[in-house]
Design a protein around this ligand. Structure first.
Ligand SMILES: *Cc1c(COP(=O)(O)O)cnc(C)c1O
Length: 352
């Protein structure tokens, strides 16, 4: 088996594999309804909300689009700080949704501060919690607080795709009204599901649009344990099985994930590599390539050891590489990956 060190999809949790081996359920039957409701209850706990979590068949980007289109009407003014490929995606989705989008640019690797979003006159603010493209972590509670001090009626939407099950999240406690995530990152499941979490404030403010993306239609169906259209019910089973295993020991899990990511940063820094982010997300370790070393050479050195890694995106393409242990890895497997990382670089930097 290859070492999947990419920031999604990731190495699967054994409980997900076990769940996926079960016979097909029909989605309009009692066992499927019970499973769907159980998954939604567990997801509400994972997102830390008293509101609702909707399970959509699609990837994380679908959840981001559903969030934007069901929360904001065309012409409404939203603020979108751009500090990586995924915050750029939020910007593009908001533009396509016909919103009056105000973009704030930050160098990749940095994150906005509260002073940047303390601006009046906005209906919404869209933020990425863990910017997987740079490895940076935004301080959502501080940003939401600063924005809402100027816009008490404003709504904050967040991409929590690589913070769910990797870093503490809690919608209402963070001042976040809606969040998007997916199955193939911290949840250690295959790709194929997107989640939209809606805090009570967002539920009260829904402006549904779209057909497949109509969240009020989903809400009616999902409260009864069904979805409007055929769901990827097998994946819903995998998500429920993983959450049942991880949520009772979430604190230890988050500690392990943070330790594993810092382990990678420790190896990189000892090799003389410069980290990309100023504030580090526990989901991924991102490093600038050493002078004169092409990304292809780094990728090859890992590939020779059966490890798959990721390069840079957007302006960081060809300038950085990224490693992630957000999949299912225990402490000793992570130490093995750290050794693999060191060895791979002995091919690249033989002098060190
Ligand atoms: C992976 C990811 C997404 C969603 O990407 P999909 O390919 O659509 O699942 C969104 N935001 C962040 C921060 C991600 O890491």
């Amino acid at each position: 088996m290859d070492w999947l060190l990419t920031p999604g999809p990731v190495r699967l949790h054994p409980k997900a594999l076990e769940a996926l081996a079960r016979p097909q359920l029909h989605h309009r039957t009692e066992p499927a309804r019970a499973l769907f409701l159980r998954a939604r209850t567990l997801l509400k706990e994972a997102f830390g909300t008293q509101g609702e979590v909707l399970i959509l068949t699609g990837s994380g980007t679908l959840a981001m689009e559903a969030l934007v289109k069901n929360l904001f009407a065309p012409g409404e003014r939203v603020l979108v700080p751009v500090y990586g490929k995924f915050s750029e995606r939020f910007y593009e989705i908001a533009l396509e949704a016909g919103l009056d989008v105000h973009r704030l640019d930050f160098p990749y690797g940095r994150v906005p501060g509260p002073e940047d979003v303390a601006r009046k006159g906005y209906r919404g603010l869209l933020l990425v919690h863990s910017e997987t493209s740079t490895g940076a972590l935004a301080d959502l509670p501080a940003l939401a607080r600063a924005f809402k001090a100027e816009n008490p009626e404003g709504l904050v939407g967040a991409d929590m795709v690589t913070s769910l099950l990797l870093k503490e999240v809690a919608l209402e406690a963070f001042g976040v009204d809606a969040a998007a995530s997916g199955s193939q990152k911290g949840l250690m499941c295959p790709p194929g599901l997107g989640f939209v979490a809606l805090a009570p404030r967002a539920l009260a403010a829904l402006r549904p649009r779209g057909y497949y993306l109509d969240l009020s239609r989903e809400l009616r169906a999902q409260r009864e344990g069904e979805s409007a259209w055929t769901p990827a019910i097998n994946l819903v089973g995998a998500v429920a099985a993983v959450l049942e295993e991880v949520l009772p020991r979430l604190e230890a899990h988050l500690e392990l994930k943070a330790w594993q990511n810092e382990l990678l940063y420790g190896v990189g820094e000892a090799l003389g590599l410069r980290p990309v982010p100023e504030v580090r997300s526990p989901a991924v370790a991102a490093f600038y390539l050493p002078e004169g070393v092409a990304y292809g050479a780094v990728k090859e050195a890992f590939a020779r050891r059966k490890a798959v890694i990721a390069g840079g995106q957007g302006p960081l393409k060809g300038r950085i590489f990224r490693l992630s242990l957000m999949g299912h890895y225990d402490r000793y497997e992570a130490l093995g990956v750290a050794a693999l990382f060191r060895e791979a670089f002995s091919d690249i930097l033989p002098a060190s």
